[in-house]
Design a protein around this ligand. Structure first.
Ligand SMILES: NC(=O)c1ccc[n+]([C@@H]2O[C@H](COP(=O)([O-])OP(=O)(O)OC[C@H]3O[C@@H](n4cnc5c(N)ncnc54)[C@H](OP(=O)(O)O)[C@@H]3O)[C@@H](O)[C@H]2O)c1
Length: 278
């Protein structure tokens, strides 16, 4: 193999290397291992993340086998495994305990699994790291799936003033706004339409935008100048929604930042800040 200058050249593996498995189906589109392995290589952290393509019906089999792998630091989960993996964890913490969804699971020394959900925290911290103020803002969250639920909770925790949740299946947006309202009663949370008028921040937390012929999540011609428009979809890096919003004078925030912000959370939780594997 040549591979000179490739990403793999920067990953050093030895007998103490901690392994993190990223489970997805399909897995061909995943980019998190490349980002994570670069971070580890740059910071001398002895860990590697590898993608595992696991069909939904085989999740339990793959999961049970991993319990016996002593140098497994943990498992990172993406579509379609986040909900089913939560039911396979021994303990759920933080947002995962409220939502019953996980994206980061630590394998403890005794082979038990502790699950957390970092999508919300990753998204919100990504915005704050880019000087986007959320406190006191009126936010429109489009979507009510796993990512949207975690983002909704984190936005409420961050002190937004109003949170409107719009979703194709309106029953789900009603339930999510009830759940966020119960967890954070000080924030005015309601289900609503995807009309972006009257909002300071508009977030696409649906999977719309992954496919080239997808509709836009809302009518961008109604966007008010200066609105912050964010997307969770990270492929393409600038989605059709973000480019149209930019043309209408919005400040845009890409989906990639949600995952890059989570890399340090993975290191802290799964690798004890990098000490595991030293
Ligand atoms: N950047 C990151 O780090 C990151 C992290 C996590 C997730 N994501 C991305 O976030 C997106 C959502 O993930 P998820 O885990 O929340 O998935 P999910 O639980 O399956 O939820 C999908 C959401 O998209 C909506 N949706 C799907 N197709 C639609 C359509 N044709 N028209 C209108 N709404 C539609 C669904 O509405 P219904 O409820 O009506 O079906 C639901 O609100 C995915 O694209 C994923 O790649 C990105």
């Amino acid at each position: 193999m040549s591979g000179s200058g490739s990403q793999l050249d920067t990953v050093r593996v030895n007998g103490k290397t901690q392994v993190i498995v990223l489970m997805a189906w399909p897995s061909t589109h995943v980019r998190t291992p490349a980002f994570f392995n670069r971070l580890c290589a740059e910071n001398g952290i002895n860990a590697v993340m590898v993608p595992w393509a696991v069909r939904p019906e085989n999740l339990q089999g793959a999961w049970d086998g991993l319990r016996y792998v002593e140098n497994l630091a943990g498992v990172v989960l993406t579509i379609p495994h986040k909900t089913n993996a939560a039911s396979l964890c021994d303990t759920l913490e933080e947002d995962a305990a409220i939502l019953n969804v996980v994206n980061t699971v630590r394998r403890n020394e005794d082979g038990t699994y502790t699950g957390r959900m970092y999508d919300g925290r990753g998204f919100v911290e990504g915005m704050l790291n880019h000087d986007i103020v959320l406190e006191g803002k009126r936010v429109l969250l489009i979507g009510a799936g796993g990512a949207a639920a975690a983002i909704g909770l984190s936005l409420a925790r961050q002190g937004v003033k109003e949170l409107t949740i719009a979703n194709r299946s309106t029953e789900k947006s009603r339930k999510l706004s009830q759940l966020v309202g119960q967890a954070m009663p000080q924030v005015s949370t309601k289900p609503g339409s995807s009309d972006p008028r009257g909002h300071d921040v508009v977030i696409n937390a649906t999977s719309l935008g992954l496919k080239p012929d997808d509709a836009l999540p809302c009518d961008v011609s109604l966007l008010e100048r200066g609105t912050v428009v964010a997307d969770v979809v990270m492929q393409p890096p600038v989605t059709a929604f973000l480019s149209a919003a930019k043309e209408h004078g919005a400040r845009i925030h890409t989906g990639e930042k949600m995952v890059t912000t989570q890399l340090q959370l993975f290191v802290d939780f799964l690798l004890d800040g990098g000490r595991r594997g030293q």
